[in-house]
Design a protein around this ligand. Structure first.
Ligand code: SF4
Ligand code: SF4
Length: 103
């Protein structure tokens, strides 16, 4: 379901009005920490980020964290590199780079 459809269904004007998810923290499953699955790493450019929270709403692993300044950062322990955030960011504030663990 697209964001606009979610907004319409929930009667919300902005992602910032989304209620906290009931399971809002990632947890380790049988596949271990999902951060180890990455082949690409999303990197947020804080100079471009507007704090719209769309990436936060879309991230399937709750791996986007809200910063005190209203912008976002990626929790690389849990980010599995699906790049949904990269594709959905409306201002192209998220880049993708090849993951090199241990750098
Ligand atoms: S979608 Fe882009 S602009 Fe919006 S909070 Fe995420 S990184 Fe920032
Ligand atoms: S790449 Fe996927 S898992 Fe990682 S922060 Fe973006 S949406 Fe979440």
């Amino acid at each position: 379901m697209r964001k606009v459809e979610v907004d319409k269904e929930m009667g919300l004007k902005s992602v910032k009005e989304y209620p906290p998810a009931p399971l809002s923290k990632p947890a380790e499953g049988a596949g271990g920490k999902t951060g180890l699955w990455r082949t690409y790493r999303p990197v947020v450019d804080l100079n471009k980020c507007t704090g719209c929270r769309i990436c936060w709403a879309y991230c399937p692993d709750r791996a986007i964290k809200l910063r005190d300044d209203g912008k976002v950062e990626v929790d690389y322990v849990w980010c599995k590199g699906c790049l949904i955030c990269f594709h959905e960011c409306p201002v192209k504030a998220i880049d993708k780079v090849v993951e090199e663990f241990g750098e």
